[in-house]
Design a protein around this ligand. Structure first.
Ligand code: SF4
Length: 753
C-alpha cells in the first residue's frame, strides 16, 4: 500500500526539522513505500558531504523521483533536500545553450562560437603574459574525473599551478590540520564510529542542519544507548545543541582555550595513555617537533579551567565535565567538526587541538574513537583534496614543491621532465586578488559561485568585472551571482545527466551513474574541458572520451601512493554502494580504520603495534602546542557586535539548486539577522524590522529575527540568500597555513532602517 507524495513530504519535512530530537523510524518506513518509477538508477545525493546513496527514478526520460539506498550508509534515509532533488533538474533557470556577453548583454551563441572565444582569449593571455596569467577555480561539487581533467590540463598543458577550488573556503584548515598532525589528509575512521562511540563531541558543527543524516545516526546511537554522552561546543543554540547532554556556548573565538583546558584536565587527572604517548607521539610548536611531554604539560598549566572559563564565558565545571567524559578510560570518544572550526584564521590550530585530545588519551584508531572532520560538499574529499586540484598540490598526496612528486606526475601524464612548474600557484583569495590587480587575465570557473560565496564579496565581484578581466563560468543555471558577472557562460550538464565518482567525508568513493541525457545543449564539464584542451593544442593530454577513460588513468596516478585505491575498478564501483581507500588490490575489501593493523593494507601484518602513523617521520603523530589566539577582528566601540554566518537545513550553499525547489524556496530562503532578545531590546528593534548591518568591508540590509538561539552580542545570518548576501560583510583575512578565510567571525554595527 503506497503513501501519497504530499504525505511523504510532510513526514520528511517534519523529520528534517526535528531530526535533532525525533525518531527516524517512521521516515525510513515511509521511504520504503514511495516508488513506482519505471527505471531506477544508482546515484548519490548532489548536496552535502554526507554522501547519501540514492536511486534516481526515471520516467519518460525525466528524473521523476528519488529513493534512499538502503544498502548504503544512510540505510535508505534522505533529508528533505535530498528527497526533493528531482525538482532541480528542469528548473526554469536551467541554462540550455552557451551565452556570450556582447555590449553588456548576454546573447545566445553556438558551442563553437563560445569555445572559439574562450580558447582565443586564453591563448592570447598565455602568449602575451605567460601561463600564470590564467587560472581555474573549481569545486568540491565537481566529479572526480572532471576535476582531474582540469588539473591535468592547467598544470601539465597550460603549465600554470593556478588551479584552485572552493574546498579552500570549506575544508582547507581540516586538511592542513590532518597533514600537520598525521602527515596526510582525511579522517582515519568512518561514520560507523558513531555507532560505537560513548562520547560524541560536536564542535563548530551544526550537524542537525548541515549534515542531517549523519546527525540522525548520532540520534540513533543515543536512542540505542542512553549512557552515550553528547557534547556540543558552539556559541549558538541550534537544533544540534538541543540533544546535547552538555552545551558549551563559548564566546566566539575562545575554542582554542577550551580545547587546551580540556587537555589540562585530562593530563592533570591522569586520563592519558602513557604507553601510547611513548610509542606513537612527538610534541611540537610552530613547525618544529622539538618539544617533549613535559613541555606540553608545562604549556597546559596556563589553561586551568577556572581561568579559561572566565575568558570563554562558560562554567569551569562544564569544561571539567566534558574533559572527564572524553577522557575517562574505557570510554570511546568520537569528535566531529566542520566550518565552525575551519573557517577561521586559527582554523589549523583548532584542528590540531582536537587531534591532541585523541592522541594523549590514545582514543584513536579504535571503533568509536576517531577525530572526524565533516565536509560541506559532496566531493570535497574525492576530487579536489585527494585529486590534488589545489594550487600547491598534485594528485594523491603529492605536492608541487617536491621535485620527485612532480617527476612522478610528469611520467604518468607523459609530458617532458620539467613541465610542471615548481612554484605553487595562487590560493583562492590570492587568485581573485590577482584578478583584481590585473595580473590574472582569464579565469575559468566550474561548478561554483564565488560571486556570492567569497568573503568580502563586493571586492571580488568588482574584480570579476574589472576592465580586461575575462571570466568563463561553466554552470547549470543562469543567472547566478557569478554567471551574471561572466563574459561567457557555458551550459553544464547537471547531476543525473552525467557519470562520475564522488568521495564523501568518510573516504568512501561512490559512482554516480548517468540517468538521463543532458538538458538542451548542456554538456558534461569533462567534455567541455577536453574541448578547451584541444583548442589550446593540448588534445593529446586530454584525449578522454568517457569518464571511465579518466578513471583508468586515475587508478594509475594513485597506485603506490598512500591513497592507493587501484583495486577500485569501475566495475566494482558500479556493483557496490561505495568503497573505502586505501584499496590497493581488486580483492581488497577497503579500509575502515586507516593506520590500523589488520584494517589498513599499508600497515605491515608484523608491525609490533596496533597502529602505525606511517605518513609521519618515525611513524609518530604530533601533539602540537597551540596557544589561544583570538579572531582577527573583534567587536569594538564602532563595530560592537560579533557577526557569524552558517547553514540552515532547507538550503544548500548559495541556493542555486535549492531555490528551484518549491517547498524549499518557500522555507527560509531569506537571510534574516538573528538577534538575542536583550540586544533587540537595547537597540529598540523587533521581529520583522529591517536593519542595516555594516562591517569594515560592506553592508547589507536584513529583516530582524529575535531569538534566544543567538548569544548576546552575536548576530547570525545564514549564507544561502542570493539577494541578501552575507558575504558582503565577512572578512577575507586568511589562516596563514591553510589560506582559508575567517568567514565565521567579524565585527559589525547595526542601524535600523
Ligand atoms: S544529508 Fe546531505 S547527502 Fe544526505 S540527503 Fe541530506 S543533503 Fe543529501
Amino acid at each position: 500500500m503506497g503513501v501519497s507524495r504530499r504525505r511523504f513530504l510532510e513526514i520528511t519535512a517534519a523529520a528534517s526539522a526535528v531530526g535533532a530530537i525525533g525518531s527516524t523510524r517512521s521516515l525510513e518506513a515511509m521511504a520504503a513505500q514511495v516508488g513506482g518509477s519505471t527505471k531506477w538508477v544508482k546515484s548519490v545525493c548532489r548536496y552535502c558531504g554526507t554522501g547519501c546513496g540514492l536511486y534516481i527514478g526515471v520516467e519518460n526520460g525525466k528524473v521523476a523521483s528519488v529513493k534512499g539506498d538502503r544498502d548504503n550508509h544512510n540505510v535508505g534515509l534522505l533529508c528533505l533536500k535530498g528527497f526533493l532533488l528531482p525538482q532541480i533538474m528542469g528548473a526554469p533557470d536551467r541554462l540550455q545553450h552557451p551565452l556570450i556577453r556582447r555590449d553588456g548583454k548576454f546573447v545566445r551563441a553556438t558551442w563553437d562560437e563560445a569555445m572559439t572565444l574562450v580558447a582565443g582569449r586564453f591563448r592570447e593571455a598565455i602568449d602575451k603574459f605567460g601561463p600564470d596569467a590564467v587560472g581555474f577555480y573549481g569545486s568540491g561539487q565537481g566529479l572526480t574525473e572532471e576535476t582531474y581533467v582540469a588539473n591535468k590540463l592547467f598544470k601539465a598543458g597550460i603549465r600554470t599551478n593556478n588551479v584552485e577550488g572552493n574546498p579552500r573556503l570549506c575544508m582547507a584548515s581540516a586538511v592542513a590540520g590532518y597533514v600537520q598532525t598525521f602527515g596526510m589528509d582525511e579522517p582515519m575512521g568512518t561514520y560507523e564510529d558513531i555507532d560505537h562511540a560513548d562520547v560524541i563531541l560536536l564542535i563548530g558543527s551544526n550537524a542537525a542542519e548541515a549534515h542531517p543524516i549523519i546527525f540522525q545516526r548520532v540520534v540513533r546511537r543515543r536512542e540505542n544507548n542512553r549512557n552515550v554522552k553528547i557534547v556540543v561546543m558552539d556559541p549558538r543554540v541550534t537544533p544540534t545543541t538541543r540533544i546535547a547532554d552538555l552545551h558549551l556556548a563559548f564566546k566566539p573565538g575562545t575554542d582554542l582555550a577550551i580545547l587546551n583546558a580540556m587537555a589540562h584536565v585530562i593530563v592533570k587527572e591522569g586520563m592519558v595513555d602513557e604507553d601510547f604517548i611513548k610509542t606513537h607521539l612527538v610534541f611540537g610548536q610552530g613547525t618544529e617537533t622539538d618539544k617533549s611531554w613535559d613541555d606540553y604539560k608545562a604549556f597546559l598549566a596556563e589553561y586551568a579551567p577556572e581561568r579559561v572559563a572566565k575568558e570563554a564565558e562558560v562554567k569551569a565545571e562544564d569544561i571539567v565535565t566534558v574533559a572527564r567524559w572524553f577522557g575517562e578510560k574505557g570510554r570511546k570518544a568520537t569528535s566531529m567538526w566542520c566550518m565552525g572550526l575551519n573557517q577561521r584564521t586559527k582554523g589549523v590550530w583548532a584542528n590540531n587541538l582536537v587531534h591532541n585530545l585523541h592522541l594523549v588519551t590514545g582514543k584513536i584508531g579504535i571503533p568509536g574513537s576517531t577525530p572526524f572532520s565533516l565536509t560541506g560538499q559532496p566531493n570535497a574529499c574525492g576530487g579536489v583534496r585527494d585529486g590534488g586540484a589545489l594550487s600547491h598540490l598534485l594528485p594523491y598526496g603529492r605536492v608541487i614543491a617536491n621535485e620527485q612528486h612532480r617527476a612522478q606526475m610528469e611520467a604518468i601524464w607523459k609530458v617532458p621532465a620539467g613541465t610542471i612548474q615548481p612554484k605553487p600557484g595562487l590560493p583562492t583569495i590570492d587568485l581573485f586578488r590577482s584578478l583584481e590587480e590585473g595580473k590574472l587575465k582569464c579565469l575559468y570557473v566550474m561548478t561554483t559561485n564565488p560571486g556570492q560565496s567569497l568573503p568580502n564579496v563586493n571586492r571580488y565581484r568588482a574584480a570579476m568585472r574589472r576592465e580586461g578581466a575575462f571570466v568563463v563560468v561553466a554552470e547549470a543555471y543562469h543567472p547566478t551571482r557569478t554567471s551574471e558577472l561572466a563574459d561567457v557562460v557555458l551550459p553544464a550538464a547537471l547531476w543525473a545527466e552525467k557519470e562520475g565518482v564522488y568521495g564523501c567525508a568518510e573516504r568512501r568513493y561512490q559512482l554516480l551513474e548517468q540517468a538521463i541525457p543532458p538538458l538542451g545543449e548542456a554538456k558534461p564539464d569533462m567534455e567541455i574541458l577536453c574541448d578547451l584542451g584541444r583548442r589550446l593544442g593540448h588534445g593529446a593530454l586530454v584525449p578522454f572520451k568517457t569518464p571511465n577513460d579518466v578513471w583508468d588513468e586515475i587508478l594509475v596516478a594513485c597506485k603506490g601512493t598512500r591513497y592507493d585505491f587501484s583495486g577500485m575498478t569501475r566495475e566494482r564501483l558500479r556493483q557496490t554502494h561505495g568503497l573505502f581507500w586505501p584499496m590497493p588490490t581488486v580483492g581488497h575489501p577497503g579500509t575502515q580504520l586507516r593506520f590500523v593493523k589488520g584494517d589498513d593494507p599499508l600497515v605491515p601484518a608484523d608491525h609490533p603495534y596496533r597502529i602505525k602513523f606511517y605518513a609521519r617521520p618515525n611513524d609518530r603523530a604530533v601533539v602540537w602546542l597551540r596557544p589561544q589566539q583570538q579572531a582577527e577582528e573583534l567587536p569594538d566601540a564602532e563595530y560592537p557586535f560579533f557577526y557569524t554566518t552558517g547553514r540552515d537545513i532547507e538550503h544548500w550553499h548559495t541556493a542555486t539548486m535549492t531555490r528551484n525547489v518549491k517547498e524549499l524556496r518557500h522555507a527560509n530562503l531569506e537571510s534574516m539577522a538573528q538577534f538575542h532578545p536583550k540586544d533587540a531590546a537595547k537597540l529598540g528593534i523587533k521581529q520583522g524590522d529591517s536593519v542595516k548591518l555594516t562591517s569594515r568591508r560592506g553592508e547589507e540590509t536584513f529583516r530582524v529575527k529575535v531569538t534566544d538561539n543567538s548569544r548576546e552580542g552575536l548576530i547570525y545570518v545564514h549564507m544561502h540568500d542570493p539577494d541578501r548576501m552575507c558575504n558582503r560583510l565577512t572578512n577575507d583575512v586568511v589562516d596563514p597555513v591553510s589560506r582559508q578565510p575567517e568567514f565565521k567571525i567579524c565585527a559589525v554595527k547595526v542601524a535600523k532602517v
